[in-house]
Ligand binder design. Structure first.
Ligand code: NMX
Ligand code: MLT
Length: 435
C-alpha cells in the first residue's frame, strides 16, 4: 500500500534525526517550568514531540506546516466537490506531502476495503441502555474492536521494536476505515430505526458519511463532512484527546485501547462536548428571543450565563489567542451556503458580542471563538438535530490525527510517557527557598 511504501522510505532519516536529539543533544534546555504551570494544568510547557501539526497562538493550526486555507486549496478533490478527499488529508498527515489525486484515492480505496465492522460490535452497542450517551457507545465500540488489533497480535508473537510501525499503520487504517460505520450506526440506533449503515463503493469517505447518516440528499452535506473531518483531525499533541491517546499508546497499548482513552477525554464539556453545549446555548438564545436577539439582549444573555457560574461554550482556548481558523473556515462555509439561517445569524452576532463580554469579565485569557462555536450550527442546518451525536463526529475526525501520531510515535520508538510529580509541601518549600 502507498502509505506503507512512503513511510518505509522515510524511516531511516526520521529515526536518525530522533536518535541525534535523544542521544547527542539530550541535555539542551528548551523550556523551564514554573509553579504556575505545575498548578495550572501544565499550560504551555513545551514537552511533547510531533511533526503532524502545530498550533501557533497567534495564527492557529498548521497541518504539516500548512494553514487550513492552504490545505483546502492544495489537496485533491473528488469530481464536482468543493472540499478535498479526506484520504488526501490522512496522506498529508502521515507522509508530510500533498498527495496526487491517485494517492488520495488509494487511501480512500484502502478504507473501503477495510470498512467491515464485525457483527458483535453492533450486538454490544444494542445491549446497552438506549439512553446511553453516544460518546459512551462510541468509546465502547472502539474498545470492543481491540481483539482485531494487528499490533497486539504481532507484539504477542515477539515482533522487534523497529517493526512496530507497520502493524500500527495497519491498525490505524483499519480503525479509521471502520469509524464512520460505527458512528453512523450509533446515530441510527439512538435516533432512528437502528439500521446498519453500509458504505457505497462509488462514494468517497466524506460522501459516504453523509450517505450512511441518511443525509445524502442534503446538497452540500458531503462537502461539509469533508471540511469537518479535515479541520477537526488534529490540533498538535497537547490537547486532551490527542494527549490521552498518546499517553495510552506510549505503554504499547494498541490503537484501539489508546484511541478509546482519547475519546473518553474528548467527551468532557471543556473539550469535545463543547460542540453540543454550544448548540444548546445558541438554541437557548433563539428560544428566549424568538429568533435573532438585539445586541443588548445577547449581551445580557451572555452575562446571565457567566453570572450563573457557567462558561460560554465555544469561546476561549488553552493555546489560541485569536479566533480559531477552524471557526473561520466553518463560518465562511455557512455564509456561502446558507447565510440567512437564523442560527448562523445568531452565531455571527455572538462572535461580535461575546468576546467583548468575556473581556469585560476579565477572566478568560482568550475571549475569541474556538472550533466549537459554530460546528453544531452547520450540522443542525443540514438536519442533524440530535446534538448529542456531535462529539462523535469530532471523534471520527480526531482519529485521523491521533492515529497518524500513534504510527509515527511507534516508528520513532518513543518511550513510555512518565512525567514527575511533586507534593504541595515540596512546591511550598521551593517557593520559600526562592523568597
Ligand atoms: N466562558 C467563561 N469563562 C471562561 C471561558 C468561557 N468561554 N473561557 C475561559 N474562562 C474562564 C475559565 O473558566 C477560568 O476561570 P477560573 O479562573 O474561575 O477557573 C478563567 O477564565 C481562565 O481560563 P483560561 O486560562 O482563559 O482558559 P483555560 O486554558 O483554563 O481553558 C477552555 C480553556 C477552552 C477550557 C476554556 O476557555 C473554556 O472552558 N471554554 C468554554 C468551553 C469550550 O469551548 N471548550 C472547547 C475547547 C475547544 N475544544 O474543542 O476542545
Ligand atoms: C482541540 O481541537 O483539541 C481543541 O481545540 C483543544 C485544544 O487544542 O486544546
Amino acid at each position: 500500500m502507498i502509505l506503507h511504501e512512503k513511510m518505509a522510505a522515510q524511516l531511516q532519516t526520521e529515526r536518525e534525526r530522533y536518535r541525534a536529539l535523544s542521544k547527542d543533544f539530550a541535555d539542551v534546555v528548551v523550556d523551564k517550568v514554573s509553579v504556575g504551570q505545575i498548578v495550572g494544568g501544565m499550560r504551555g510547557i513545551k514537552s511533547l514531540l510531533t511533526d503532524i501539526s502545530f498550533v501557533d497562538p497567534a495564527e492557529g493550526i498548521r497541518f504539516r506546516g500548512m494553514t487550513i486555507p492552504e490545505v483546502l486549496a492544495a489537496l485533491p478533490k473528488p469530481d464536482g466537490a468543493e472540499m478535498p478527499y479526506v484520504g488526501g488529508l490522512f496522506y498529508l498527515l502521515l507522509i508530510g506531502e500533498i498527495p496526487t489525486i491517485q494517492q488520495a484515492q488509494a487511501v480512500e480505496a484502502e478504507w473501503k476495503k477495510r470498512s467491515d465492522v464485525p457483527g458483535y460490535v453492533f450486538d454490544t452497542l444494542r445491549a446497552l441502555p438506549r439512553d446511553t450517551h453516544p460518546m459512551t457507545l462510541f468509546s465502547l465500540a472502539v474498545q470492543s474492536l481491540q481483539p482485531q488489533s494487528e499490533f497486539a497480535r504481532r507484539y504477542k508473537e515477539g515482533m522487534q521494536k523497529d517493526g512496530y510501525w507497520e502493524p500500527a499503520l495497519e491498525d490505524a487504517l483499519n480503525l479509521t476505515a471502520k469509524l464512520p460505520v460505527v458512528a453512523t450506526y450509533i446515530y441510527h440506533l439512538k435516533y432512528k430505526q437502528g439500521k446498519k449503515p453500509k458504505i457505497d463503493p462509488k462514494l468517497d469517505y466524506g460522501a459516504n458519511f453523509a450517505h450512511m447518516l441518511g443525509l445524502e440528499d442534503q446538497i452540500g452535506y458531503a462537502d461539509l463532512s469533508r471540511l469537518y473531518m479535515i479541520i477537526h483531525s488534529d490540533h498538535e499533541s497537547g490537547n486532551a484527546s490527542a494527549h490521552a491517546t498518546h499517553l495510552a499508546g506510549s505503554t504499547l497499548s494498541d490503537i484501539y485501547y489508546a484511541f478509546s482513552a482519547g475519546l473518553n477525554a474528548l467527551a468532557g464539556p471543556l473539550h469535545g462536548l463543547a460542540n453540543q453545549e454550544c448548540l444548546v446555548w445558541l438554541l437557548g438564545v433563539q428560544k428566549q428571543f424568538g429568533g435573532v436577539p438585539t445586541v443588548e439582549q445577547l449581551r445580557q444573555y451572555a452575562w446571565d450565563t457567566l453570572e450563573s457560574g457557567k462558561v460560554i461554550p465555544g469561546y476561549g482556548h488553552d493555546v489560541l489567542r485569536v479566533p480559531d481558523p477552524r471557526f473561520t473556515a466553518q463560518m465562511k462555509f455557512a455564509k456561502a451556503h446558507f447565510p440567512k439561517d437564523t442560527l448562523v445569524q445568531i452565531a455571527d452576532m455572538v462572535f461580535e458580542v461575546v468576546p467583548q463580554v468575556l473581556k469585560e469579565q476579565g477572566k478568560a485569557k482568550n475571549p475569541a471563538p474556538n472550533v466549537d462555536a459554530i460546528s453544531g450550527t452547520l450540522q443542525y442546518y443540514y438536519g442533524l438535530k440530535e446534538f448529542e451525536i456531535y462529539t462523535v463526529l469530532f471523534g471520527v475526525s480526531r482519529a485521523l490525527g491521533v492515529s497518524a501520531n500513534y504510527v509515527w510515535a511507534r516508528a520513532l520508538g518513543q518511550p513510555i510517557e512518565r512525567p514527575k510529580s511533586l507534593t504541595l509541601k515540596m512546591l511550598e518549600e521551593a517557593v520559600k527557598n526562592v523568597a
